[in-house]
Design a protein around this ligand. Sequence first.
Ligand SMILES: [Mg+2]
Length: 301
Amino acid sequence: MAGDSANALSGFKPQKDFFIGIDSDGSVFDTMSIKQRECFIPWTIAYFGLQPVAQAARECKEFSDISSKTRGINRHKATKRVIGELLPGHPLVKARGFQVPRLPHYFAWVDDPESTLSNDGLKQAIAGAADAGAKAELKNALAWSEKVNQVVEQIVRAVPAFPYARESLEKAAALADLIVVSQTPDEALRREWRESGLADNVRLIVGQEMGSKSAHLAAATQGKYQQDRMLMVGDSLDDLQAAHANGVLFYPILAEKETESWQRFLEEALDKFIAGNYAGDYESGLISEFDALLLEKPPWV
Ligand SMILES: [Mg+2]
């Protein structure tokens, strides 16, 4: 694996004719469920005072981050979706008459297109906060995010890559420049790729500290590869949007069908991509199947 800084991303030079960006959580590693259920959910309840509606918070978070069309979005966007949008409409919350916390300063930061949605980005926002109330709210969000990182480090260990992912990456690495494009913090991301022995297949590993996935793909590919020779492998609509916003083709890893998805990549999709037969009907068919599996509305609506 080559250098790891933002400079490494913008200075990234093609060594092959083809480029493949690869999402990590839920695409290569079976980490979605353990990270959400054992790390994010309990500490979201704890830090944002959701104990009286813990079951509702759990259901909202699982819907948002595992089974719905927002699967895989940045953790701060996900928290805004859960606390700001989903939780107030949950029947258990309504039945209890629970006042869901309002977090105007944190959510404004999440929505600001200038924000880098990472712990460092939050620290900058705290330094520039207008008053003590705003500062306290942002500090709580930072403390939550740091706690989640600490818990992930303790709990998310030895999570294996999905079957066929290793073979796929090894085959792809001989044909294309591979980089990991993720919204996981760099440290956890690099540890997972190192521990699994997969890091040698990729030229760069890029996490949330370097901005959005779309920004990663733009920096890594713009003006560097020919059309239809760039591909992103991912498990979320955010991955798809980042790919298409940059003229990059998309290969979906289907939720609950990850093994079949990687087998198809290894035995069919990668060959089509390299042969120039991927764009068009083949990609559209895969994306339709993928989109249909991700839920639009929560089951309680
Ligand atoms: Mg993912």
